[in-house]
Write a protein that binds this ligand. Structure first.
Ligand code: ZN
Length: 390
């Protein structure tokens, strides 16, 4: 979709800016006019993680005048496999501050605005308001719906990307010209159904593939060149090495951007998406033990079967002694393998998947089933500090 430029051009470029951006200036479609628009542009990047890293680095290099970075998290060693805006010496620092330093090193002419608070319904409208366009690099559904809704309510384009293992998706949601995220995904997936990158993994370089699409689209929308990825969803498969664009239509019944909107202000997105289903929460409430309690049960010689419901690749990295592996997806067909005469204790990486399997077992009549809060990650911090964390 060909759209007019989103941003007015700055008055002029300095000689220094002309030298720096010369390779843009000699592209006829960008030229002086496009570069002046980038100079005047204000872009907010939500998250300085996997997608935020390439997005911020290329937006900075391209000469976007003002870059906002919102992230409350700190750099962890497990981030460095893909979050290339951070380095080894940044571990433990705020991601927003580490990202700012990299941006300043790439292009000192960029004005960086940091937001180190957690984005939520109470602050999103105010934080988004000064920006022309929002680039989303988050990996959870609650934040995506929050960003989408705030963008629709404020009339701003929302450049979205998503990654998982070898697959990525990207689109530009902009209710004035096409569908919003809710038109494509009216309902969040059932909690526990879609694993996050922390649960399922992601090929690090996939961030660059999808992040570069996001930056390309941001630059096109800001300067008005080319056909924006509005009303289209780009689907990338790294294993097949294919890019495929599918049409996405605006839903006239969309509760946010449709003809009769029912959502007119931000809602509670944690509740809307839920991290664990109601059923799982109910089952877990009475049947949750800590990793330390599990250790005490083992030391006492209590009779129970310890079941690891993660994937074989995770089992190879670390496991709790005495466990048997039955991946979550296999569990429904293997209920007959489980003992009826002693409790079944399940664990996963962080306690989310095991809460779902707990609900399954309770429904199947395993009244004494339990799960371990915090999973093998809690075991590594509470019981066996030599166990690797992933
Ligand atoms: Zn919509």
């Amino acid at each position: 979709m060909s759209l007019p430029p989103l941003v007015d051009p700055a008055e002029s470029l300095t000689p220094q800016e002309i030298r720096r951006y010369s390779r843009h200036l000699i592209i006829p479609d960008v030229a002086m006019d496009g570069q002046k628009r980038l100079k005047n542009a204000k872009v907010l990047c939500v998250g300085a993680g996997g997608l935020g890293s390439p997005a911020l680095m290329y937006l900075a290099a391209a000469g976007v005048g003002t870059l906002g970075i919102i992230d409350f998290d700190v750099v962890d060693e497990s981030n460095l496999q893909r979050q290339v805006i951070h380095g080894q010496s940044d571990v433990g620092r705020l991601k927003a501050e580490s990202a700012r330093d990299s941006v300043k090193e790439i292009n000192p002419l960029v004005n960086v605005v940091l937001h180190t608070e957690r984005l939520d319904s109470s602050n999103a409208m105010e934080i988004f308001a000064p920006y022309d366009l929002i680039v989303d690099g988050t990996d959870n559904f609650a934040t995506r719906y929050l960003v989408n809704d705030a963008c629709v309510l404020l009339g701003k384009p929302y450049v979205w990307g998503s990654i998982y293992r070898f697959d990525g998706q990207a689109s530009v949601f902009w209710a004035e010209h096409g569908p919003c995220y809710r038109c494509l995904y009216p309902e969040p997936p059932p909690p526990g159904m879609v694993p996050s990158c922390a649960e399922g993994g992601v090929l690090g370089v996939l961030c660059a593939s999808i992040g570069s699409i996001q930056v390309t689209e941001a630059i096109k929308v800001l300067t008005g060149v080319g056909d924006a990825l509005v009303g289209r969803l780009m689907i990338y498969d790294a294993l097949e090495m294919t890019y495929r664009a599918v049409k996405v239509r605006k839903d006239p019944e969309c509760p946010l951007c449709g003809k009769n909107p029912t959502i007119t202000e931000l809602i509670d997105y944690e509740q809307f998406c839920g991290t664990v289903s109601d059923e799982a929460q109910l089952a877990a409430a009475s049947s949750t033990i800590t990793a330390s309690e599990l250790k005490a049960m083992q030391d006492r010689g209590d009779e129970f079967l310890l079941v690891d419901v993660r994937e074989p690749a995770e089992w190879e990295i670390v496991r709790i002694p005495g466990a048997v592996l039955i991946p979550k997806g296999d569990l429904p067909s293997r209920l007959s393998d489980l003992p009826q005469d002693k409790p079944v204790v399940m664990y996963c990486k962080t306690g989310i998947r095991s809460a779902e399997t707990l609900a399954l077992l309770k429904n199947a009549g395993f009244k004494d089933a339990m799960h371990v809060q915090g999973g093998v990650s809690a075991w590594a911090t509470q019981v066996d500090k030599t166990a690797p964390v992933y």
